[in-house]
Ligand binder design. Structure first.
Ligand code: HEM
Length: 126
């Protein structure tokens, strides 16, 4: 471990993580490489709210927070989307940009990067 604090704490707890996820979503909507994937969410506010809650809890639970993730498993959620490596990189770029925007430390950024990278095979080519 690069720090004594949990990753959840280093991301600012549930408040910090909520802001980070909202920033990631905003960046996705503005990212020409992937925005078409997310646009349908804008037409279904109830589903959007559910997905947003799932994203927040996914990052919170995955970083050591007390929340429970109630969304689908990563393979099931992304199956059939035919996600490319380029799209995966666009998502990773947005995640890193959101962490920068929120002044997240380098060690916490590396930990998030490692987790996100470990999930790669569950999104690409499923
Ligand atoms: C490390 C990378 C990624 C992580 C951790 C991740 C995680 C998630 C999570 C937790 C959800 C919510 C699942 C639910 O509500 O049950 C979700 C939904 C979604 N993901 Fe990803 N994802 C990643 C990469 C991608 C990529 C590369 C794309 C395509 C550009 C993508 C497209 C989507 C879409 C469109 C949804 C909404 C699905 C729906 O409307 O139900 N994701 N993702």
């Amino acid at each position: 471990m690069s720090s004594e604090k949990s990753l959840y704490e280093r991301l600012g707890g549930i408040e910090g993580i909520t802001t980070i996820v909202d920033d990631i979503i905003d960046l996705h909507f503005a990212n020409p490489g992937i925005k078409a994937r997310y646009m349908p969410l804008k037409e279904n506010p109830e589903h959007f709210a559910e997905v947003r809650k799932h994203l927040i809890h996914f990052l919170a639970a995955g970083s050591g927070g007390p929340q429970t993730y109630e969304g689908g498993d990563m393979v099931t959620v992304h199956t059939g989307m035919n996600i490319s490596k380029a799209e995966y990189m666009d998502v990773m770029d947005d995640i890193m940009a959101a962490l920068d925007k929120n002044n997240i430390s380098e060690d916490a950024k590396k930990d998030v990067l490692a987790i996100a990278y470990s999930l790669k095979g569950q999104m690409i080519g499923v």
